[in-house]
Design a protein around this ligand. Structure first.
Ligand code: HPA
Ligand code: MG
Length: 225
């Protein structure tokens, strides 16, 4: 899969996880017993997510330090990444001479049924984002798959005329023909497989799993809708 090149305007595309990387055996980590048999492997262990998030927080501080920002957390899949990223930015703001005053707002998007992206992207909750006008906005997403959701969200947010929009995505999938702009801050670039954990779900399951894992075929069947 070398023909898909992901690039960001600035910064890097994140830690690249190759298609032929088999992942870590589940036996090497602890995870909830109720998911035994539902997972194939660990792709990104929780500790690595935290370490990478700490570095993204520093990159954000370097770029945006001393600007007020509105963090727009994309629910539900982005809640854990957003909470940890905000925590790490807060820690930097306490321990250096630069700070980022942050407000946190939430928006809810839904576009997946089972492991398939659906055409209709629902923006639920804060449809009126007029509070973003003239603000520096940091959109925080857990995962960018086809890019359709991010594209729709950017269009929606841009309509409220913020001063600046930056996007932080923990995971970006290597999906063929993905034409969307990529996030400014990327945690990991991953193979085009369905992953769960760290707030990413399969039909609402697996949000209560710390590591990012590949779901097994039997897991997909068990929780299919
Ligand atoms: N897992 C969970 N949610 C998602 C994914 C995924 O792999 N891709 C897009 N939304
Ligand atoms: Mg989901």
């Amino acid at each position: 899969m070398a023909d898909i090149v992901l690039q960001t305007e600035e910064g890097s595309g994140g830690i690249v996880i190759d298609d032929d990387w088999p992942g870590y055996s589940l036996e090497l980590f602890s995870y909830p017993a109720h998911y035994a048999g539902d997972l194939e492997c660990v792709v990104v262990p929780h500790g690595v997510i935290m370490d990478r998030t700490e570095r993204l927080a520093r990159d954000i501080m370097d770029d945006l330090g001393d600007h007020d920002i509105v963090v727009l957390c994309v629910l539900k899949g982005g809640y854990q990444f957003c909470a940890d990223l905000v925590d790490k930015i807060k820690a930097l703001s306490c321990n250096s001479d630069r700070t980022i005053p942050m407000r946190v707002q939430f928006i809810r998007l839904k576009s997946y049924l089972n492991d398939q992206s659906t055409e209709d992207i629902h923006i639920l909750g804060a449809e009126d984002l007029s509070f973003l006008q003239g603000k520096n906005v940091l959109i925080v997403e857990g995962i960018i798959g086809t890019g359709k959701t991010l594209k729709a969200l950017l269009k929606h947010v841009e309509a409220f005329k913020p001063k600046m929009i930056k996007v932080a995505g923990l995971l970006v999938k290597r999906v063929p023909h993905n034409t969307t702009r990529l996030p400014h801050y990327v945690g990991f670039e991953i193979p085009n497989r369905f992953v769960v954990g760290y707030a990413l779900d399969y039909n609402e399951y697996f949000r209560d799993l710390n590591h990012i894992c590949v779901i097994s075929e039997s897991g997909k069947l068990k929780y299919k809708m």
